[in-house]
Ligand binder design. Sequence first.
Ligand code: GLN
Length: 532
Amino acid sequence: MDTRYIFVTGGVTSSLGKGILASSLAKLLQARGYSVTIQKLDPYINVDPGTLNPYEHGECFVTDDGAETDLDLGHYERFLNIPTSQANNITTGRIYQTVISKERRGDYLGKTVQIIPHITDEIKRRIKLLGSKGKYDIVITEIGGTVGDIESLPYIETVRQLKWELGNKALVIHLTLVPFLSASGELKTKPTQHSVKQLLENGVQPDVLVLRTEHHIDENIRAKVALFTNVAIEAVVQSIDVPSIYEVPLKMLEEKLDVTVLKKLDLPVTDTTDLGAWNEFLSRLKNPEHTVNIALVGKYVELRDAYKSIAEALIHAGAANNTKVNIKWVHSETINPSSLEKKLANMHGILVAPGFGNRGIQGKILATRFARENNIPFFGICLGMQIAVVEFARNVLGLEGADSTEMEPLTPHPVIDLMNQQKEVIDLGGTMRLGAFDCRLIARKSNVFNAYNTLTIRERHRHRYEFNNFYLHQFEKAGMKAVGVNPETDLVEIIEIPAHRWFVGVQFHPEYRSTVLNPHPLFVDFIKNALV
Ligand code: GLN
């Protein structure tokens, strides 16, 4: 069958949840037997978000093929349970980079290179690429930003062209906000009317409107919106606030968003919706039998989006254990010897987050020591594992001044050091050790083997520094073991302290692989052990 294309645009404000809407619709279409993927087009000039500070743009998500991407790709994977790739996240920077290199090669010889058609053609090519392999029945493309932004214009123009070209094989869903004025007790539709007008000015008629709201939107309001926007009333749907993002697919099912979309795309509306496993997850999520408190120690905790995948992986693992996970967000810069005990009191587990650079390092080291000495389950991820190594070197091996050369290039004991292949690197964009690599588990008698129950695993990475194998023997003798290594390079991927209840540090990022239907085994085991 011909691939169908769905575009999701946003109006009125940013942060309305286009990614969650796209993921929820994709989930419903998948549940009806369609193969679906989602792509995000980001209107900024960076080639990818890899060099962006998390304060700017939240977490940087990493795919199997080593793309550093927008965090919405994490939602796509968590909802759909299928991996995404480089092709699923395109930025304006990447589009321009391609067009400008082609221009330098002489591909456009004799022509003036312009936004229309050259930039829009390249956007179109990248959208269609996902559909061209015959792998997907439906490609959903989320356009980042808000309609009316200067940056989004070439994308909206591309949507206009594609709608014209593809006819009923393409449709546009516009997500807007219907604010509630508490003073007058009214829901207001004017911002939505204006936002649709803006789209119309750019030549795009939306086919479906999704209205984000805090209160139920009745038939009268829907009729009014439909009248002003040339959208059929059954295609005006509400997206009411819910406690968990994982409930949004069910809300969209109630609104028959999937049925409306399939009809408009001329696709059969299969009558079974397979959401069994999803519903089971939701029921465990909503009816927990236990509670655990997990401290998430990081330096970006003011912005929760900086640790999106970790927070979601904890939710998945909690549900798998019928447990509500209370995350206590602990700012590593606020941890010092006198605040330590208070900050970490009543915690059943301590997770030290990934990160870069010196800020907040001392607090992370103190939290790690506290977990080690008090036999509290500890999970160190990427920088978190490196911190565990530094802490052990200083306080157990007695290697004074031991450090990562990222923090202290002149340390006498570089227990964490720059990887050899990183020493030549000059450009900072896209040059870390990125993407999925194999890891061999060494011992069957380890917490990680218990969790994975297999000897070869594959996990995603994003780092430049590694465990310095020169010190391995000393660590192992003193009770910190390398229990997972890369089979080709012997790079230490996982450390454990067998004498401790559950003390695991991983050089990779397990959180990127956790999905609703496949909660990550390490997170599940961490929560299980925190519960004991
Ligand atoms: N800064 C460390 C490194 O580059 C850890 C990176 C991370 O936590 N993702 O190796």
